[in-house]
Design a protein around this ligand. Structure first.
Ligand SMILES: *Cc1c(COP(=O)(O)O)cnc(C)c1O
Length: 420
């Protein structure tokens, strides 16, 4: 459930007309609903509450806007970060350092130092060499880094190949078959305080079976590590739960997921951690766009909107589906192709889609754009950086400015040696 609904024949976000935001800020513009973010955070927590002592670390990469992080921190969410930049955002958004988890295969020594100095709660180590480096960095500063080892369980998450992370050929984690030996060596290092295991097998998962298969393997590993004499207190089960992007998507959360987790982990005796991103943010945001013009096509007309792949990359990257709706629907429908102005055929949001009839100047939205939307935006084609707005009840504010493409020109220069 979200808070983007029709009232008196036009689309609102909570109690604010989307048309009011579009007229004031211009388009394209992302609009987020605070009530939806909070509802998703609360629902997720309620879903996994059956599993006992849980920590929820919101995966910042899904939507790193400061206001979004602030809202979620207010709901008791920590943060899962994958770069120093995301860590800085999480801290600025009000997440206590001890509630921050640092993931990612390429943490640099500089990032390790910054995270240690900030006093973050946990490092998720993705390889033995990374663990050795983290130990050295921490020991040199007289510290021990609290850490867990991310394993790759080699399960097929049955999602898009570009967002599958738990197959043996993916770059993430250490092979589960090697994990016991690697854990033993890392636990003996002076700069590490190893306390458990992490995994994250992929994103937009619409079935629980791969997750359950992976969690069962982790349970066996935890038992084996304890038999080796290790004290395992934490297991980080990652994120990955899918959301409804289109009719027919049937996400298994939060109740079914929570029940499965509670059943599989019942005798683990650990603090469970979660890293949800998409399930929190996706349906809490829309991308508002204006139709530039409708161009006749051979098979179907092209609805050319002022949003493009540089604003919302998911369709171009993952063939993703986003529902398209007029802000002032008339009830009439037609079949059309929806495209942006960027000079790439990949700048296509939908082909042969049955949509609300729209004409030049009309406003429309792409739904479910709150996760992996604005954060992937770029200046490609020297287009402006898309702005973001947060709505709370009848109040709203711009929470990320539109950055004009001209600002990038100002940051560039032609050196003298190229002149004359
Ligand atoms: C991306 C990512 C997540 C969040 O995934 P969602 O599918 O958005 O829930 C969680 N943990 C790690 C390590 C990630 O890389």
């Amino acid at each position: 459930m979200d808070h983007f609904e029709l009232k008196n024949g036009e689309l609102y976000c909570e109690d604010v007309r989307l048309a009011e935001i579009a007229e004031s800020v211009g388009t394209p513009v992302y609009v987020y609903s605070r009530a939806t973010l909070e509802r998703h955070a609360d629902t997720f927590r309620a879903g996994v509450a059956a599993a006992g002592d849980v920590h929820v670390a919101y995966a910042v990469k899904a939507n790193p806007n400061l206001a979004v992080i602030h809202v979620l921190a207010g709901r008791g969410c920590g943060a899962d970060v994958v770069s120093e930049g995301e860590m800085v955002r999480a801290l600025a958004g009000g997440v206590p350092p001890e509630e921050i988890v640092f993931s990612g295969v390429g943490k640099s020594a500089r990032e390790m130092v910054a995270a240690l100095d900030a006093g973050i709660g946990q490092f998720n180590i993705e390889s033995e060499v990374e663990g050795e480096e983290l130990s050295a960095v921490a020991a040199a500063r007289g510290k021990r880094a609290v850490a867990v080892l991310r394993i790759n369980p080699d399960v097929d998450a049955r999602t898009h190949a570009k967002i599958s992370t738990g197959k043996s050929e993916n770059k993430f984690g250490v092979p589960i078959s090697d994990a016991q030996a690697i854990y033993g060596r890392l636990a003996a290092l002076p700069g590490l305080a190893m306390r458990g295991i992490a995994l994250h097998i992929g994103s937009q998962l619409l079935t629980l079976d791969p997750l359950e298969e992976a969690f069962v393997k982790v349970g066996e590993l935890v038992a084996a590590l304890r038999a080796d004499g290790h004290v395992i207190t934490h297991v980080d089960l990652g994120g990955g739960l899918g959301v409804r992007y289109k009719e027919g998507d049937d996400p298994r959360w939060p109740d079914e997921y929570g029940a499965m987790v509670a059943r599989v982990t019942a005798d683990w005796g650990v603090t469970l951690m979660f890293e949800p991103g998409r399930v929190i943010a996706a349906n809490a945001g829309v991308l508002v766009t204006r139709v530039i013009r409708v161009k006749p096509g051979v098979e179907a007309p092209f609805v050319i909107v002022d949003a493009a792949m540089n604003d919302l990359a998911r369709p171009a990257l993952y063939d993703a589906w986003h529902d398209f709706e007029a802000v002032h629907p008339t009830g009439k429908r037609f079949v059309a192709n929806i495209v942006g102005p960027v000079c790439e055929t990949g700048d296509t949001f939908a082909m042969h889609r049955d949509i609300d009839v729209v004409a030049a100047g009309d406003l429309a939205i792409f739904r479910s754009a709150g996760a992996y939307g604005a954060t992937m935006a770029s200046f490609y084609n020297s287009r402006d950086m898309v702005p973001e707005v947060m709505v709370s009840g009848s109040e709203w504010a711009v929470v990320a400015d539109r950055i004009p493409a001209a600002a990038t020109v100002a940051a560039e220069r032609v050196p003298d040696f190229l002149k004359g």
